[in-house]
Write a protein that binds this ligand. Structure first.
Ligand SMILES: [Zn+2]
Ligand SMILES: [Zn+2]
Length: 124
């Protein structure tokens, strides 16, 4: 590096990292990583903590509602089932192809939604 970043407090010391919140340079003496990223001051630390807290909470909420009740997938599958039944019932009349096609499409989308939900459940 031609012009390495300096610590914002110790202008003669090279920065080894930067504050995760305000991106000021931090030297080895100033770096205090306690698990939530580097922070230059108590106020930045507090900001980072509150952001992390918010993200964990929203992730938990999202995961719970998603995991407990796959409304979209259930709706799609039941719609698909309904259309498929209508289609099968009238297939002999020759007019069942259209609702059957829609039914299968809905079933497919429902299964895809279920698979997506499982994948994201594992990730979180
Ligand atoms: Zn900062
Ligand atoms: Zn420093």
């Amino acid at each position: 590096m031609v012009n390495p970043m300096k610590c914002f407090l110790h202008t003669s010391a090279d920065a080894v990292g930067s504050c995760k919140f305000c991106h000021k340079g931090l030297c080895a003496a100033c770096v205090g990583d306690s698990g939530y990223g580097l922070a230059c001051s108590e106020s930045c630390k507090a900001e980072l903590l509150s952001i992390k807290d918010m993200m964990t909470k929203s992730k938990m909420l999202y995961g719970q509602t998603k995991g407990r009740f796959p409304i979209l997938a259930i709706m799609l599958v039941s719609m698909g089932g309904l259309f498929s039944v209508i289609g099968l019932a009238s297939i002999k009349t020759g007019r069942g192809i259209f609702p059957l096609g829609i039914g299968l499409l809905f079933l497919m989308l429902g299964v895809l939604a279920l698979i997506n939900q499982r994948r994201s459940g594992i990730r979180s």
